[in-house]
Design a protein around this ligand. Structure first.
Ligand code: NCD
Ligand code: ZN
Length: 358
């Protein structure tokens, strides 16, 4: 596929299997941007303030999201916490909740009530395995627990293996994987283990993330070789790997006014998620990481739409989007009508396809 010369592309709706939609006014601004990025199905993260640690909170949040965007299928998750007992898992399954997200305590935004000892949740995991809930892992260890010269993600990979061996039928997602080592670890597991890949980890490296608050996120983008391994994973067509943007908005002020290195973690991509994956592939072709013919219609459809739905046992997309080159560029930010909230977008100024629903 000669991506650069293609003027028009039709794709099934994207399934974005990792989004942060926040709450309050920020939520009101964020939720409409889901469809703008070509997404009709979104797996929603529970790291709100306070975190979503019971079924009623999750259902209440889902109904708020549905009120704002009636045409998005919001798949919901609970925040793994001591209150998530096997009984709560049974209730969650009956209520149609899809997954449980594990945040190691203190590794990222709003993870203060996260987990410090995974073994204490083994009964909960057994109940999830029985009821068919997915375990979504933020696969990093705390900086203080990582051996020197090993990334926080690589230090977590033995835990992924242990959990999979102990609960082989439990579907486990390694969220936002960022290293060649993580890709290998996921491949080494059985078909119940998969991983999401974001758009931004396909174009950012540690070099960008160190100094630009709008490129700073968890897991931190890694080396060019890791970025390239992720790109190659996508064009390998392996159904274990599919799209999850990890679009994580923070008010622009909190990004720009923070001291150097102290900005909140999160890259915001939601209004252009489908296009940004394509931009990253175009850049990878230009760098020589992959060849034009490595990108095919089937591989784009697999990564963006089909594989995620398969893993989550959903039907194929029934809606389509058309992407056209019309000279559109990514704007600096999006703002609420009264201007009180503004969120900076990743890759400002980049030429992107314009997207419409058909
Ligand atoms: C996320 C957020 O802001 O909620 N931040 C991020 O850098 N990705 C949390 C997360 O997914 O780690
Ligand atoms: Zn996230």
């Amino acid at each position: 596929m000669h991506l650069k010369s293609i003027q028009q592309l039709e794709l099934p709706a994207t399934a974005d299997m990792h989004v942060h939609l926040r709450q309050g006014e920020l939520m009101e601004l964020m939720v409409p941007t889901v469809r703008q990025g070509g997404v009709d199905t979104a797996f929603v993260m529970p790291n709100l303030v306070p975190p979503l640690t019971n079924v009623d909170q999750v259902l209440d949040y889902q109904s708020k999201l549905r009120t704002i965007a009636k045409d998005v299928n919001f798949l919901m998750s609970l925040f793994l916490h001591p209150s998530i007992t096997p009984d709560v898992i049974a209730q969650a399954a009956a209520a149609g909740i899809t997954g449980v997200k594990m945040y190691p305590q203190g590794v990222t935004t709003n993870s203060e009530s996260g987990v410090s000892n995974l073994e204490s949740f083994y009964d909960t995991f057994a109940a999830m395995e029985k009821h068919g809930l997915v375990l979504n892992l933020h696969g990093e260890v705390l900086e203080s627990l990582a051996p020197k010269d090993v990334t926080l993600e690589e230090a977590f990979l033995p835990t992924l293996k242990t959990l999979h061996e102990r609960f082989p039928q439990l579907r486990i997602m390694l969220e936002h994987c960022t290293t060649a080592a993580a890709v290998e670890a996921v491949r080494a597991c059985g078909p119940t283990v998969g991983a999401t890949i974001t758009a931004h980890h396909l174009y950012l490296t540690s070099h960008d993330a160190c100094c630009d608050p709008f490129a700073f996120c968890k897991p931190i983008p890694k080396k060019p070789t890791d970025r390239d391994a992720l790109v190659r994973t996508i064009v390998s067509g392996d159904p274990k790997f599919f799209f999850g943007s990890d679009s994580a908005p923070h008010p622009l002020q909190s990004k720009t006014s923070a001291e150097e290195g102290k900005a909140p973690a999160g890259v915001y991509t939601q209004p252009f998620v489908t296009q940004l994956v394509i931009v990253a592939l175009e850049e990878a072709i230009e760098r020589g990481t992959i060849k034009e013919e490595d990108v095919t219609q089937a591989k784009l459809e697999g990564f963006l739409s089909k594989f995620g739905r398969q893993f989550y046992r959903l039907p194929e997309a029934s809606n389509k989007v058309v992407l056209e080159r019309k000279g559109e560029k990514i704007p600096t930010s999006i703002r609420s009508e009264d201007g009180s909230i503004e969120v900076g977008i990743s890759k400002v100024g980049t030429d992107v396809f314009s997207l419409r629903w058909v």
